[in-house]
Ligand binder design. Structure first.
Ligand code: NAI
Length: 335
């Protein structure tokens, strides 16, 4: 853990433990140049504390870049509680974690993430001055930004959403909103989810075509949109992909960063996840700074950033992730 910390550009890593409550967690503050670090509280059982720290660090770093490219006065952070979310004394664990967040004096603003809910954030908010995710679920805005990014990617291939075939992996909060918007704009939507009820709901409501779990990323479509877990795009998937566009909500969807080059070599147009899925962060920022007015327009402006990234990537034969990272770092360092 110490090696990883020394080799990466992180401001602060807090390892937290409260044996009485059964808490083992980590708070990763990547960068606060642009503002306090903001990021969700993830609750998940990891195979080791080192894995939990690595996940928190990768996610926190992506939050810095996401906030910078979305033009927000926020830095990047994330916290991870290394426990199964179905644990019996969940509230006690959350309170113990909240006390460590409070000790950071506002350098880290927590929000909802995998394994935590709005109610959990209310509980954390009793011990921490500023928490986000109190005014409901930002998924609609996340999906809206993803759809704007899909439109830009299609435009780069001289296509439009009307008549495009889009395969969505994961019909959860974001995936279902995106499916609705895309179907409403004339796309033919394909979908898969490990939860058969989610699939049935989407088939009944918007007449998506259900696809096998193993097939969804390799479907014969124009766009693949991962909206479930991270790390799903690996060498095997890239080699077998038939779509010419990859844009989705799943954080850290590439199994490792070098795969961005493989996508580029295969001619697959890719808007990085930390660009496409920034709508949720824009909604959360509007909530904590009380500026909900104009939020939809700010989410739609993700299209301008995506267009700029794709055009710079094409003109310099650079992969879109490297282009987006360089732009984000320039924003942070130029502050
Ligand atoms: P969710 O938990 O509501 O939905 C995820 C869906 O994926 C669930 O229905 C689940 O059953 C399904 N799923 C899980 N593994 C699968 C697999 N292997 N194949 C097919 N389906 C699978 O989560 P949500 O909020 O929709 O988020 C989706 C992704 O977008 C996550 O990676 C999240 O980190 C990311 N994201 C979400 C934001 C938000 O505003 N909710 C903001 C930014 C990123």
């Amino acid at each position: 853990i110490i090696d990883d910390f020394s080799n990466r550009d992180f401001e602060q890593i807090v390892l937290c433990r409260d044996p009485e409550a059964g808490l083992e967690s980590v708070i990763a503050v990547h960068d606060t140049t642009l503002g306090p670090s903001l990021g969700g509280v993830r609750m998940r059982a990891y195979s080791s504390q080192a894995d939990a720290v690595a996940d928190a660090m990768n996610l926190a770093q992506a939050m810095t870049y996401k906030a910078a490219l979305a033009g927000l006065p926020l830095g990047g952070g994330k916290s991870v509680i290394n426990v199964d979310p179905r644990v019996a004394n969940r509230d006690e664990i959350l309170v113990a974690h909240a006390k460590y967040i409070a000790a950071l004096g506002g350098r880290y603003i927590p929000g909802v993430d995998m394994g935590t809910s709005v109610r959990d954030l209310e509980l954390i908010g009793r011990h921490v001055d500023v928490v986000s995710s109190q005014r409901g679920d930002p998924s609609y805005f996340t999906a809206r930004g993803v759809v704007r990014s899909i439109e830009v990617a299609l435009e780069a291939c001289d296509r439009s959403v009307d008549g495009a075939r889009v395969a969505i992996q994961g019909l959860g909060n974001v995936g279902l909103h995106a499916a609705r918007m895309l179907a409403g704009a004339g796309a033919q939507v394909f979908g898969a989810d490990i939860d058969p009820q989610r699939v049935r709901g989407a088939v009944d409501e918007i007449s998506i075509t259900a696809v096998d779990l193993d097939e969804i990323l390799l479907s014969d479509v124009d766009v693949v949109a991962p909206c479930a877990g991270g790390g799903v795009i690996d060498e095997r998937v890239i080699a077998g992909m038939r779509a010419s566009i990859l844009v989705g909500a799943a954080n850290n969807m590439l199994a490792h960063s070098a795969l961005a080059r493989d996508l580029c070599d295969r001619g697959i147009v890719h808007v990085p996840d930390f660009v496409a899925n920034a709508g949720g962060l824009l909604a959360v920022e509007a909530e904590i700074h009380d500026r909900e007015q104009g939020l939809e327009g700010r989410v739609d402006a993700i299209a301008d950033t995506a267009r700029d990234i794709l055009s710079r990537a094409a003109s310099t034969d650079t992969d879109s992730v490297s282009v987006a990272l360089a732009m984000a770092i320039e924003i942070v360092e130029g502050k």
